[in-house]
Design a protein around this ligand. Sequence first.
Ligand code: OAD
Length: 251
Amino acid sequence: MKTTDQINTAARKIAAARHSVALTGAGISVESGIPPFRGKGGLWEKIDPMKYAHIQYFLADPADVWRVLLKEMKTLLKTATPNAGHMGLARLEQMGLLKTIITQNIDGLHQRAGNTDVIEFHGNFADYYCIDCRLRQKFDDIDLRSLPPRCACGGVIRPDCVFFGETIPVNLLLRSREIASCCDLMLVVGTSAVVQPAAFMPAIAKDHGALVIEINPEPTPLTHTVSDILIQGKAGAVMTALIAELERLRS
Ligand code: OAD
């Protein structure tokens, strides 16, 4: 099927759905200048995730993780703004056509675009806390002149995001599973769908009878197995075209 036909079909399905949700990954933020993790130009090409993104290594050498990964990520995220992909999902919510976003991203761009119910499955880079006294801190208040940054109590400060080797907070996992089981349409945007348990949400949705629509320039393990439709393209262009078609259907 041609991309325009797929977009028109997807728009009709979204317009008719009773309860649509989205699962997003790093790909939706690529057009905001944030590189993905995998593939060409991905972060994991430059650094080993099983070292720098693993909790055991962070606890063993937090200064190194702050120096190699966290400082750079934070600088990137500070300048990034929502792109047409994020804006499209925010418009869907405004139109009453999207209830919740489950995101693996830690950049906060969905909320900045205007979505109000965002489950941050892997946490958020804007929030930090001391690993000893658990005092919560904002990034701008953290002194990075000496690494790792430390709390007034002397404890190491860490981002409130999920490292490899850690579990997803149980409340987020349970809510995501519930949402995946009760939706009748799931948009899966910009994820390679290889990191569990997030990648399992579309399968749960499908198993409960939902239509699964992927938006990605590349096929993923979900394509032709779990997804009903893959709209092959960048999130910004596809979301813009989808919204235009939905507005047309409404007029
Ligand atoms: P990945 O980097 O694994 O995958 C990014 C996906 O986005 C790929 O399928 C790309 O084809 C697609 N993509 C690239 N550019 C795009 C664009 N402009 N529009 C739409 N899609 C595009 O990112 P995630 O699937 O989010 O976890 O990775 C999942 C998790 O792995 C992350 O949350 C992170 C990482 O390790 C933790 O750090 C715990």
